[in-house]
Design a binder for this molecule. Structure first.
Ligand SMILES: [Zn+2]
Length: 96
């Protein structure tokens, strides 16, 4: 099923606006983390994704094809991360 790309850019923030949420989930700074869009193969940093934060949860879309790369929903008890739109996420490891 094709997802609509008829998105409202007025509701859009860039993913740096979700940096705090990503840090909470992954425990490392994520805005510079490389990722690849599973739809179009665009490779870029997480911070370049288009963030939509006004719905239930946060949606991060590819800046090239506008398909959904990451979906994050939080309830009082858990965080649900749908990453099927990403080929990979590369997280820096802390050096101790
Ligand atoms: Zn894409």
């Amino acid at each position: 099923m094709e997802e609509t790309t008829d998105i409202n850019r007025e509701l859009m923030l860039d993913a740096n606006a979700t940096a705090g949420l990503l840090y909470e989930i992954f425990g490392v700074e994520m805005t510079a983390a490389p990722t690849e869009c599973a739809h179009c193969g665009n490779e870029d940093e997480l911070g370049t994704l288009l963030a939509f934060t006004r719905g239930p949860g946060v949606i991060l879309r590819c800046s090239a094809c506008e398909n959904i790369v990451l979906r994050i929903v939080q309830t009082p008890d858990e965080t649900i991360l749908d990453a099927r739109g990403a080929v990979y996420l590369r997280l820096a490891r802390a050096r101790t």
